[in-house]
Structures are given as C-alpha cells and as structure tokens.
Design a binder for this molecule. Structure first.
Ligand SMILES: [Zn+2]
Length: 203
C-alpha cells in the first residue's frame, strides 16, 4: 500500500477538489461528493493500473517531492481514455442524479485532464497506450513547484469561497442560519489545504 500512497502523493489532487467545489456552487442539485469523485476519477482508475504495473510513475531527473513526477498513465490520461472514462461515470450517474448531473459529472471528469495538462510534463498521450507514437501533451508547470502550488491553492480558495456563497444562499432560503454554510465552506477549504499541504510537503 506504500506504493499506492507514494503514487497518490504524486498525483496532486487539491486543485481538482477546488474545481469540484466551484462547480458545486453553480450546479446545486448535484451532490458535492460525486463532483469530488468525478474530479479525481482518472486518478482513481489509475491506482489499480499502477499497482498492476500497467501505468507507472518516474521521477524527473534530479527532482523529488511535489511535482517531481513523470506519469506514464497512458491509458487513463490519454485523451481517448479520458473520454471513455468520463462517459462511463456520466452514464453510471444518470439513473441516480438525472441527465443534467450526469453531463456535469462527465464534464468534471474531463476537467481533470485539462488541469493535469497545465501541470504535467509532456507525458499525456492522445491515444491509449500512446498508439501511433503521437506527440505527448503537458505544459509542465510542475517544473516550477511554487507556481503550481499557487495555482492549486487559488483553485481551493476560489472553490471554497464560491461554495460558501452558494451554500449561504441555500441556507437562508431554507430559513436556516448561515452558520451551517460557513462551517461547511470552511471544511471544504480546510480539506483542500490539508491535501495540498500533504502533497507539497512530500519528501
Ligand atoms: Zn491525473
């Protein structure tokens, strides 16, 4: 399990959770937990493939800790793989949450790939298994950890803030005090910051 934990540390998920909270503020009928799950769905599927040795992580030369990874997730993080996985989760959500939430969930799954595109070194293929040897994608913001951490923190704080505003609105309309909204937004922020701190402080 140490391997899975090491992999988790390299995936960097706080920013994805922040984005999920942002979406929740707009899509109030979709549960936050399913949005959070969708935001890291590609990484969740990555873990068993990683444990099976199908997808791997390598450290960039001379680097350890936050943002040091070159991730060979050639199935889950290929564009086609991402589209298939987002379709699967969206379709699975449809009977439980309705068509609108299913589409939102599928789009949040795809958002993971877009956010990863910003930070990953060029290690994300277009086709599964990098078939046809097409160019790999990734803008490599992880090469500047401080910048990448700043982007993640911004997403966490923006997500928690938007969530707070929306939750406050819901609470006031329901005739409940705004305290519950403030409490849950603080929880969202604290959760994101702890996850980011764990990532950023990894040896
Ligand atoms: Zn990822």
């Amino acid at each position: 399990m140490a391997e899975a934990e090491a992999a988790g540390r390299q995936l960097v998920i706080a920013g994805h959770f922040g984005f999920a909270a942002l979406v929740k503020s707009r899509e109030r009928s979709t549960p936050l937990w399913i949005l959070m799950l969708a935001s890291v769905w590609l990484d969740i599927v990555f873990v068993p493939l990683f444990l099976a040795g199908i997808e791997t992580i390598q450290l960039a030369p001379g680097r350890t800790g936050y943002g040091a990874a070159i991730i060979h997730a050639d199935q889950t993080h290929s564009i086609v793989g991402m589209l298939v996985l987002s379709l699967i989760l969206g379709v699975a959500c449809r009977p439980f949450f309705g068509i609108r939430s299913a589409v939102v969930v599928a789009l949040v799954v795809a958002s993971h790939w877009v956010l990863d595109l910003i930070v990953h070194r060029a290690d994300m293929p277009i086709l599964p298994g990098n078939a046809l040897d097409l160019p790999r994608l990734g803008f490599g913001l992880w090469q500047i950890p401080a910048a990448s951490i700043a982007v993640e923190l911004t997403l966490v704080l923006a997500g928690a803030w938007a969530y707070w505003r929306a939750a406050e609105d819901v609470c006031l309309h329901a005739g409940r005090g705004a305290r519950l909204a403030r409490g849950s937004a603080l929880l969202v922020a604290a959760f994101g910051i702890v996850v980011l701190w764990l990532d950023a402080s990894s040896p």
